[in-house]
Design a protein around this ligand. Structure first.
Ligand code: CP
Length: 347
């Protein structure tokens, strides 16, 4: 039996779920999942993000690529990093940004999701950035919006978090170079409930990563995890042996039903990343975490704040990656060096 947490809710996803991301010319129209996109498309996202990375270093952090466009952030679930970096990305592209506060919107008065969407659509917006606790919600919205609107999935249930996965790929590429074929990447923790892990695994495999590993207790792994093309370990030190990249995941207690773990203390003893345990990874291994981190549960503070940690770099790179995805889905990609010219590079 397929674990429900491994698949988006079929009722919410149309038959063409994996195809609707591309328009008839093969360009990115929506960004809902890393699954099913080719290495050319993922590499194009990374290359486009690279061209925006320097914009974020300048005193004038703006380019006019999305001037006149309206982007609506629809977050039905809590977020710090994703919502704020999407907002910053949109503003740095000169778009108008609307943040809908779901707790004070009419959905809290019983209005359906579709009615809310149709009302916002009537305000002539160009993009919805959506986070929702239901797997498949972003696909559902993409299948039901007007044809001129792009939808970006900012995390749906346990299904997908594609921009997080791409900022993670960007971080790996910045630290380890463009050839993923030489890399051993270990993903540790609550794989079962992690939309981030699922999107990372698809992206890592599409980019031909040499060895993608998952490390977790059996209770925190989907039953069909081997079908995703990963090597499975249950012992942390064996799993991260000689790893180039170690990605730690939070225990997603809000998505757990039943007793999947004895206690957080015992989990830390078995799966918590400490400086001592990290010694078995490569000397130059980097440590990543999508956040929010739980210190003393999946990661020790000495590691989270230590020299191998690139956790805060991941957050910074998230702005450039989200700028890339927004411009690509709206068909406004930068010309080569355009970001330099528009901000007056060399000033
Ligand atoms: N990584 C991530 O999605 O963090 P937020 O929940 O804070 O957006």
């Amino acid at each position: 039996m397929v674990n429900k947490a491994t698949k988006p809710t079929d009722a919410l996803i149309g038959h063409d779920a994996w195809n609707i991301q591309l328009d008839k010319n093969g360009n990115l129209k929506h960004f809902l999942t890393t699954e099913g996109l080719g290495s050319d498309m993922l590499t194009k996202i990374l290359d486009t993000a690279e061209s925006f990375a320097n914009v974020n270093q300048k005193s004038v952090k703006k380019v006019p690529l999305l001037r006149g466009k309206t982007i609506v952030n629809l977050f039905f679930e809590a977020s710090t990093r994703t919502r704020t970096t999407f907002e910053l990305a949109a503003k740095r592209l000169s778009a108008d940004v609307l943040n809908i506060n779901i707790s004070t919107s009419a959905t809290s008065k019983g209005e359906t999701l579709l009615d809310t969407l149709q009302n916002i659509q009537a305000m002539h917006c160009d993009m919805f950035v959506v986070r929702h606790s239901d797997s498949g919600a972003a696909h559902y919205i993409a299948n039901n919006v007007a044809p001129n609107i792009s939808v970006i999935n900012a995390g749906d249930g346990s299904h997908a978090h594609p921009t997080q996965a791409m900022l993670d790929m960007f971080t790996i590429r910045r630290n380890k170079g463009e050839n993923f074929g030489n890399l051993r990447v270990a993903i540790v923790g609550d794989i079962l409930h992690s939309r981030v892990a699922r999107s990372q695994i698809h992206a890592l495999n599409t980019l031909n990563t040499g060895d993608v590993r998952v490390i977790a207790p059996r209770t925190l792994l989907p039953v069909d995890i081997e079908d995703m093309g990963v090597n499975v370990f249950h012992d942390l030190e064996t799993g991260i042996q000689d790893a180039d990249v170690v990605i730690m995941l939070r225990l997603q207690k809000e998505r757990m039903t039943g007793a999947l773990l004895p206690s957080e203390q015992e989990y830390f003893q078995l799966y918590g990343l400490t400086e001592e345990r990290l010694l078995v990874a490569k000397d130059d291994a980097i440590v990543m975490h999508p956040g929010p981190i739980n210190r003393g549960v999946e990661i020790d503070s000495n590691v989270a704040d230590g020299p191998r940690s690139v956790i805060l770099d991941q957050v910074s790179y998230g702005i450039a990656v989200r700028m890339a995805v927004m411009t690509m889905t709206l068909g406004r990609e930068p010309e080569k060096n355009e970001s330099d010219e528009k901000t007056g590079a060399g000033q």
